[in-house]
Design a protein around this ligand. Structure first.
Ligand code: PGA
Length: 248
């Protein structure tokens, strides 16, 4: 049986007290569900340590974004290494909101990706096309460019895992999810590209974009998909627990 990943990205939806209360509630209810999946939550940076403490034993936590320089005069930034030292195992890199709202380029995503690897965390590299790119039949071209830029001239650390989240931009936070068979088709393409660009490295591919309890099991059942990265529906105990129960 394949290993399953359930990742929740809380984005900037929850204040500190709400984050801690949600984590506490989840811990109570998840312990009773005895979930087999690897679960990670990506809270806001300010609540990360408190959420980590609350979720101890049921889920790990990670950053939604990192900076690539380890330390220095970079007011307002938090480095990948600092998150590692705070006990994080996974880090999101290149989320579509970073790429599109904050105009992060493939080159910046690459520096963040490399910093996460150097900090000995597992990167969760988000890739995906916009709707105009899909309509122009450029899905594979866009994803290949995102992967190529992240991996170019990289000496892959032996034995390190790699997680790629396929998150079509038009499906993120819109309620319009990608058809599971189409997500599977793109996941297979991602496998092919990663294998070629990183000399046989096998990624774990997740799907993200309007995942809910009524579609999550379909994504998880696809052969090239090993789980989901959930935004909105991970920010409430009820909807997250429904998702967890649906794949249990
Ligand atoms: P969504 O977000 O589930 O709210 O569409 C997904 C994500 O941002 O990873």
């Amino acid at each position: 049986m394949k290993k399953l990943y359930l990742f929740g990205n809380w984005k900037m939806y929850l204040g500190h007290e709400e984050s801690v209360a949600l984590a506490r509630d989840l811990k109570k209810q998840l312990s009773a569900l005895s979930v087999k999946a690897t679960m990670a939550i990506f809270p806001s940076a300010i609540s990360l340590l408190a959420v980590k403490e609350e979720l101890d034993g049921v889920a790990s936590v990670g950053p939604q974004n990192v900076y690539w320089v380890e330390k220095g005069g970079y007011t307002g930034e938090i480095s990948a290494m600092m998150y590692r030292q705070a006990g994080c195992q996974f880090a999101l890199v290149g989320h579509s909101e970073r790429r599109h709202v904050f105009k992060e380029s493939n080159a910046e995503v690459r520096q963040k990706f490399e910093a996460v690897l150097n900090a000995e965390m597992t990167p969760v590299l988000c890739v995906g096309e916009t709707m105009p790119e899909r309509k122009d039949d450029r899905v594979e071209e866009v994803i290949e460019a995102q992967l190529r830029s992240a991996f170019m001239d990289l000496a892959w650390p032996k034995g390190r895992s790699l997680i790629i989240a396929y998150e079509p931009v038009w499906a993120v936070g819109t309620g319009e999810s990608c058809d599971p068979s189409e997500a599977e088709r793109v996941a297979a393409v991602i496998y092919k590209f990663v294998g070629a660009l990183l000399d046989g490295v096998e990624p774990t591919v997740l799907y993200g974009g309007s995942v809910r309890s009524d579609n999550v099991a379909k994504y998880c059942a696809e052969p090239h998909l090993s789980g989901v990265l959930v935004g909105g529906a991970s920010t409430k105990a009820s909807t997250w627990l429904e998702i967890v129960s649906a794949v249990k």
